[in-house]
Design a protein around this ligand. Structure first.
Ligand code: AHR
Length: 315
């Protein structure tokens, strides 16, 4: 029976592979440079592979993503890519996709749901990203007291929860490094600037702040602007460490105004389409988590060159 079922799945998948594939992509929105690059690369990857991509921009709203999933199911797409804005609340929409035998692949964020509701998830280990950022700060301050302000990503998103957890883990055994303020900047540049202004105001014009940990580079770039406007030198008076590796942050590192970033590749679609193509070819199921690298870059890692390599990539 099992053999028969596997053969049927494989032949159905192979039959699907014979014609052009249609994939629905529910994207969160365009809150950051990283997100814009992910969108650009997904569209490029689809075009190169002859995949018909149906793109839906949810403008940061989960209800728009759920409506998009339902519309993709009604259209009978061959697969769905979902970058979930928050971690919870996906069960019924994903059950509907499952009932219609439409594989779902999560991009760059995780969900709190049974893993049989999706085929695989492509992304970084976000706890590890936070740990790498925190580890860099611990090593850099080398035992000196350091008050940290934290700009969190979108409330309820897996990446904000996990990056925070990882950073806290990294500093846990180092009482000299303390988070003194923490608030969401919603992953946006304007949010980062606004919240950093309030941190600076509350902390003696920024005098009490030793370092900024931002959950993404866009918020850090906004915060760097706020630090400069307060008459302080970002990268020196206030150290900065964040996540993504967007060109503007590399520019700030090259100018000595930012210190470190943990790269997150915006090419989530490449591994996702590879997994789908293998499945369509012969029914091969991917592993449940396809992990991308989390390399840290500092001012010593040719930030000008990294900027040049990334500009024009859709960020
Ligand atoms: O989920 C990935 C995060 O979402 C990126 O770090 C951030 O820039 C984006 O908005």
């Amino acid at each position: 029976m099992k053999v028969l079922l596997a053969a049927t799945v494989a032949s159905l998948a192979f039959a699907a592979a014979a014609s052009a594939q249609t994939v629905g992509f529910s994207q969160i929105g365009s809150e950051s440079g990283w997100r814009a690059a992910e969108t650009t690369l997904t569209k490029q990857q689809a075009e190169e592979r002859g995949i018909d991509l149906k793109f839906s921009d949810a403008q940061q709203k989960q209800e728009n993503q759920i409506a998009a999933i339902r519309a993709f199911v009604a259209q009978g797409v061959d697969a769905i890519l979902l970058a979930p804005v928050v971690a919870t609340g996906w069960d019924s929409a994903l059950e509907e996709a499952k009932e219609s035998d439409i594989p779902v692949i999560l991009l760059d964020r995780q969900i709190d749901a049974s893993d049989d509701l999706y085929m695989t998830a492509v992304g970084a280990d976000s706890v590890h990203e936070g740990e790498v950022a925190g580890g860099w700060l611990v090593d850099t301050v080398d035992g000196k007291d350091c008050n940290v302000v934290e700009l969190q990503g979108t409330t309820g998103s897996s990446v904000a929860i996990e990056r925070k957890e990882g950073f806290e883990k990294a500093i846990a055994d180092h009482p000299n490094v303390k988070i003194i303020r923490s608030q969401t900047g919603d992953f946006t540049r304007s949010g980062g600037k606004e919240v950093m202004e309030s941190f600076i105001q509350a902390e003696n014009g920024g005098e009490n702040i030793c370092a900024l940990f931002a959950h993404n580079d866009d918020m850090a770039v906004g915060a760097i602007q706020a630090i400069k406007e307060a008459g302080l030198q970002p990268g020196k008076d206030i150290l900065t460490v964040s996540i993504d590796g967007v060109p503007d942050y590399f520019k700030a590192m090259a100018n000595g105004e930012a210190n470190a970033t943990v790269e997150l590749t915006p090419n989530m679609a490449g591994p996702a389409f590879d997994a789908l193509e293998a499945y369509w070819a012969d029914g091969t199921m991917p592993q449940k988590f396809i992990q991308t690298d989390s390399k840290i870059y500092t001012q010593a890692d040719d930030p000008e060159g990294e900027y040049e390599r990334r500009k024009g990539l859709g960020y």
